[in-house]
Design a protein around this ligand. Sequence first.
Ligand SMILES: *Cc1c(COP(=O)(O)O)cnc(C)c1O
Length: 422
Amino acid sequence: MSSNFPLNHPQLCNLASDFPTPFYLYDEQAIRDNMKRFTKAFSIFPVFREYFAVKACPNPYILKILAEEGCGADCSSLPELMLADMAEIKGNHVMFTSNETPAAEYKFAAGLKNIINLDDITHIEFLKNALGGELPETICFRYNPGNLKQGCNNIIGKPEEAKYGLTREQILEAYKICKAEGVKHFGLHTMVASNELNPDFFVDTAKLLFELCAEIKEKCGVRIEFVDLGGGIGIPYKPDQKAINYDEVAKGIRAEYDRVVVPAGLDPLEIYWECGRPITGPYGWLITKAIHEKHIYREYIAVDSCMADLMRPGMYGAYHEVTVSGKENAPRDHVYDVVGSLCENCDKFAVQRQLPKIDMGDYVIIHDAGAHGRAMGFNYNGKLRCGEVLMRPDGTFKEIRRKETVDDLFATLDLDGVKDFK
Ligand SMILES: *Cc1c(COP(=O)(O)O)cnc(C)c1O
């Protein structure tokens, strides 16, 4: 996806003189346009909502932009709930899809009237106790289809080996219990994919959930009002991969809706997603500068960033497209490992990659870093995480998160205590 980078070389040089590298750059207009396409595709359902997975890009400025485009927020921790609240995403526009959740976090979410998505049958009792004896009006359950769902890729793995969700038997029981406890509104959720590029996979997931809704109605007398299809829509990180066609997925799901949901008397059934990656991923870049070159058994280019800013390549061996600003059309006649400064040999943004000749001071752009990028950063090796810059639709730039400082890094230490410590 190298073609969508919004700045030419002189523009990037100007930007980097105002915001020294490394930093993340996000393209607001592109995020908005993509979100509009996504929403339009799913407008063929009576009610549709995307709950943006906050973990993918936990910046309240980005959340505000998405909220303006109609998004809610999918949260999995107290700070994520707080971020959604800061971005003025409220009430049932927040889905709390957490797992192994502390009681205080359930209480916080319930206080804000957020939708609580339970990950286990035992959590009904746990939630009730956390809330002082009463369940919320609306409850959603996360379904784990076990071996009923085939073809899952290996980031989440086989459902029957995944820690998430309730089994089929448990979920029927869970709705019965909640109905008896006076819960009024119900949802059903699953998330069985990550970075999946096959549209049929999502149609198949929807079919599975729709059929389960019909079964729940029949066996539990519970009408499911919304189905949350989870996240997992992939993006084409590699040049030979193709982006998911939202319209194709929406139409495929609509066909299952007409086949299963309508005859079961469950129409209107609200359709939710909680995608992160396809919403911001392709519209964020990690901007770095080449600062060292090494010629040993391989050719190395070291940039002024490291996997503390973008963990995916080091952690999963994930591919991210790399381009060199101003050399977009130069022949890719060199083979480099593009590396960072961490004392870990997996700290490589690209391995044995064909690239144009890189000179010291060149800006090296790591693409498709707008989701699960800055968010997964860490401070190992004393690395200070980089900041985030937003390109506004009018072409101006706004720093939406500053770089970390050593003071941030040491903020949890009592430094005076160290002086006195013997
Ligand atoms: C990670 C996650 C998402 C978002 O996944 P993407 O691959 O970024 O779309 C949504 N829901 C849950 C429960 C998740 O764990």
